[in-house]
Design a binder for this molecule. Structure first.
Ligand code: ATP
Length: 267
């Protein structure tokens, strides 16, 4: 994955002072970010921090109350979601959202409906996920969670995105399955994609990201390269606890570094 430098000229995706409301609730408050070509940019944060709202707003599924979304130098803030997909902003939504009664291949065909020209075809997805070709006629409702997540990724890839938005790939999956899915990332990046992902599993995010940004209650609380931030800083930003920054890991921070989060423990 490419290293970002401050001298990089134009970000592929830029979010400027984005504010989004759900009714009276201010889910995002003047959040900004810049994602450069070829990088893996991870948004981390606890349940309800605004991560999905950010990704969905970039995909065009929520309208911001203020701020701007620029893609490849163009203002996309009021562009319809399907036009954004055609332009190359494609999301793998939280919870997969496959058509369960359709087969694996039919789901992939749906993803290819508005496909841009590019390296990704259904055949190429079958090469990436070795098991998939033999089970292409199976309904996706019959697949395991990890298999469904792979189909959801494949469905996004066949659209040939330039920016792939990944919303909580790890949700509801066993750690070993999550690692297997994330292990595919280098092969995906090698085809020239840029990835913006949302992840509650901080360890996982730090492993794969070239840049991280932490949200807490709709605000940015930390931003930087994983190598430039300390564990205590991440914990403080994630939980909003001044004590964590002082470096006294308690029950919460232990959970954080083992991939479990307060929300997942509560459910
Ligand atoms: P999670 O991991 O739970 O998905 P998140 O960081 O992705 O958390 P969001 O889903 O963006 O957070 O939610 C941010 C806040 O906005 C939360 O308080 C949530 O309850 C609220 N929210 C999200 N979507 C809606 C919606 N469609 N209508 C009303 N409130 C919403």
């Amino acid at each position: 994955m490419s290293e970002r430098t401050d001298n990089d000229s134009t970000p592929l995706l830029e979010v400027r002072d984005l504010t989004v409301h759900h009714g009276q609730l201010r889910a995002l408050d003047r959040v900004s970010l810049r994602v450069f070509p070829g990088e893996v940019y991870a948004i981390i944060g606890a349940n309800g921090a605004g991560k999905s709202t950010l990704l969905r707003t970039i995909a065009g599924l929520h309208q911001p109350t203020d701020g701007a979304i620029l893609y490849d130098g163009k203002n996309m803030t009021r562009v319809r979601p399907e036009r954004r997909a055609i332009a190359g902003i494609v999301m793998v939504p939280e919870g997969r959202r496959l058509f369960g009664s359709l087969t694996v291949e039919e789901n992939l065909q749906v993803g290819a409906t508005y496909a841009r020209k590019g390296p990704w075809t259904i055949e190429r997805v079958y090469e990436l996920f070795g098991w998939m070709r033999d089970r292409r006629t199976q309904r996706t409702a019959q697949l395991s969670g990890g298999e469904q997540q792979s189909v959801a990724i494949g469905r996004a890839l066949v659209a040939n995105p330039r920016v792939l938005l990944l919303d909580e790939l790890s949700l509801g999956l066993a750690p070993v399955v999550v690692q297997r899915i994330y292990a595919m990332l280098p092969q995906i990046l090698a085809t020239g994609l840029t990835v913006l992902l949302v992840e509650q599993d901080v360890s996982q995010a730090l492993r794969v990201a070239s840049h991280i940004q932490c949200l807490l209650e709709g605000h940015t609380t930390l931003e930087g390269r994983p190598s430039d931030v300390t564990a205590a800083q991440v914990e403080a930003a994630y939980f909003g606890l001044a004590g964590a920054a002082a470096g006294s890991p308690g029950e919460e921070s232990e959970a954080l570094w083992h991939g479990s989060t307060p929300s997942s423990r509560a459910s």
